[in-house]
Design a protein. Structure first.
Length: 146
């Protein structure tokens, strides 16, 4: 696979349970075949979610809100990398970790978490499974591999 674009991780976020906002942490550990250590979505079908800082910023402008990393229940907030370029089967290298895109967006269900009634992950989120372990923190590089 070749690197087609790159950016950086703005924040990594976790929550102990599902259905809640996530909180930024200093760093996270990706675990192959499982997800993110300590996150409520570990061992699920789509354990890691990515969202662009640019989409959060646009939401804040349009809705006059102050959403921060994790407020839409995303694990990884990226910057400078257009997640819309990703397709199922593509990979992301985040530091030493390797993730594979398993789903683009998701169905909205009543129990899904929302930020003031709004959700970005169903339309703008990218969901991945973890292929190789690694650590990530704010400033870690992220590369899209096709």
């Amino acid at each position: 696979m070749n690197v087609v674009s790159s950016g950086k991780v703005l924040a990594v976020c976790i929550s102990e349970t599902t259905g809640t906002a996530k909180r930024p942490v200093a760093q996270c550990r990706f675990l192959a075949g499982r997800g993110i250590e300590g996150d409520g979505h570990i061992d699920t079908i789509r354990p890691v979610s990515l969202l662009m800082r640019e989409d959060i910023a646009a939401y804040n402008i349009v809705h006059d809100k102050r959403a921060e990393p994790g407020d839409f229940a995303e694990n990884v907030v990226t910057e400078g990398l257009d997640l819309r370029e990703a397709a199922i089967g593509d990979q992301f290298r985040i530091g030493e970790a390797l993730l594979e895109v398993c789903q683009i967006g998701k169905e909205v269900l009543p129990q899904h978490y929302s930020f003031h009634g709004d959700r970005l992950l169903p339309t703008l989120g990218v969901f991945c499974r973890v292929l190789a372990d690694g650590l990530a923190q704010s400033g870690t590089s992220i590369e899209l591999l096709k």
